[in-house]
Design a protein around this ligand. Structure first.
Ligand SMILES: [Zn+2]
Length: 402
């Protein structure tokens, strides 16, 4: 998952249909899918005063809130662009949109953007230009000043939050590996290997996955989320130096956040392998979360990708996919690769992923059968879902079509 454009509605991950689906990106495939190197690039966040020496007196979020507008404007002009990239860039696009009217144009003159005729075009401005516009015009936009205070708070809290998870990093590393073992390693011949701290050479590689952990406070809650910076597929030159899979963990795990973390790890590695968001298909069916899909995010089957490949729909829409933000809430607990996800992976890596044909096998909730009957024998005779799943024993289903 990438950080949502709307900072304040970070929607987190996560069904009845034949699940044969995926959207895949055919470029940036891994040359050795059975040996994808993973390393840890744990980056301790900087203290606010390290980024902005003038703020060495600031201790709490309340202190930031009290900084007066004049001082904030000066700081914003000098330091607006050093706030963590993805937060600031997406937010600045929103800020520009907030002062733009499709009939009358920008509220303040911005000659560099006189060509803009509709809001969509604002979201196509590239990062370099955005950075320039941010320092030149950021202070004209009231929303920007408010957001800058918010961003400063995030920087402050990330440092504080990290001290709470620092000692638990080994635990989170182990858990991440465990999730991978129980998903990709269990169901495919794709192998994520290494799992050591990144060496110097690893940092510039486009042939590995570099994982970082941090914390993030939203309101008064630590959120669990992830972002794969490489797009869909192997990371590219742009990602050199920094972590490519950023996982945000809470200081304490409960059942709910455990499941979110499991989903996040499997989902983000799905991106790393080349899977895209299922809810962005034009044939999107059931959406349990009623998630709004920005028109710009829609992925059309067969269109070419920036990286030089093409987008391809493998099978029909999969409402259960681990790559689908529309999955029903009950699916959060599952955190599993669906047949659709596997079909997508099999399309990209046919030698390493095989999808078995549907068959009738033991239902996970089945009660033990009488000792002389095995599930294997009992279930194997059924040829379709209805006949397979109609049999019950002690009020529990016996077989499952899968
Ligand atoms: Zn995603």
């Amino acid at each position: 998952m990438k950080l949502n454009k709307n900072l304040f509605s970070l929607s987190l991950i996560f069904s009845i249909s034949p699940a044969f689906a995926s959207v895949v990106n055919t470029s940036d495939k891994w040359p050795e899918p059975d040996n994808i190197k993973v390393c840890w690039q744990i980056e301790k966040p900087p203290a606010l005063a390290e980024l902005i020496p003038e703020l060495s007196d600031i201790q709490t979020a309340e202190d930031i809130d009290k900084i007066d507008d004049e001082r904030i404007k000066v700081l914003h002009k000098a330091y607006g662009n050093i706030i963590p990239g993805e937060l600031a860039q997406a937010a600045f696009m929103e800020s520009l949109a907030s002062i733009f009217d499709e009939k009358t144009g920008f509220k303040y003159p911005i000659p560099e953007l006189s060509y803009i005729k509709n809001t969509e075009e604002i979201f196509e401005i590239d990062n370099e230009k955005l950075k320039y516009l941010h320092s030149a015009y950021g202070n004209f936009i009231p929303r920007e000043i408010k957001l800058f205070k918010y961003h400063l708070t995030v920087v402050l809290q990330q440092k504080v939050g990290f001290t709470l998870i620092d000692k638990k990093i080994p635990f989170y590393k182990g858990l991440t590996e465990h999730f991978v073992d129980n998903s990709y390693h269990d169901k495919t011949n794709i192998r994520f290997t290494g799992w050591k701290d990144c060496a110097k050479d690893d940092l510039d590689s486009t042939n590995n996955i570099r994982i970082s952990f941090n914390t993030m406070l939203m309101g008064n809650k630590y959120i669990t989320t992830g972002a794969y910076e490489g797009g869909a597929g192997r990371p590219n030159e742009r990602n050199k130096g920094s972590a490519t899979l950023k996982i945000t963990v809470p200081p304490k795990l409960n059942n709910n956040t455990f499941n979110f973390l499991k989903n996040t790890v499997i989902h983000e590695l799905g991106h790393a392998l080349g899977l895209r968001h299922e809810q962005n298909r034009t044939d999107k069916g059931i959406c349990y979360t009623n998630m709004y899909v920005h028109p710009k995010s829609i992925i059309i089957d067969g269109t070419s990708t920036k990286e030089g490949g093409y987008n391809h729909y493998v099978g029909s829409y999969d409402s259960d996919s681990i790559m689908n933000y529309c999955s029903s809430s009950s699916e959060i607990a599952k955190g599993e690769l669906t047949r659709g996800d596997l079909k997508g992976l099999a399309y990209l890596y046919p030698d390493f992923v095989k999808v078995k044909p549907m068959s009738c096998t033991k239902h996970p909730e089945s009660r033990p059968l009488p000792s002389h009957i095995s599930h294997k024998k009992y279930c194997q005779g059924y040829r379709n879902q209805a006949s397979c799943e109609s049999k019950r024993w002690h009020d529990k289903p016996v077989c499952k079509w899968q």
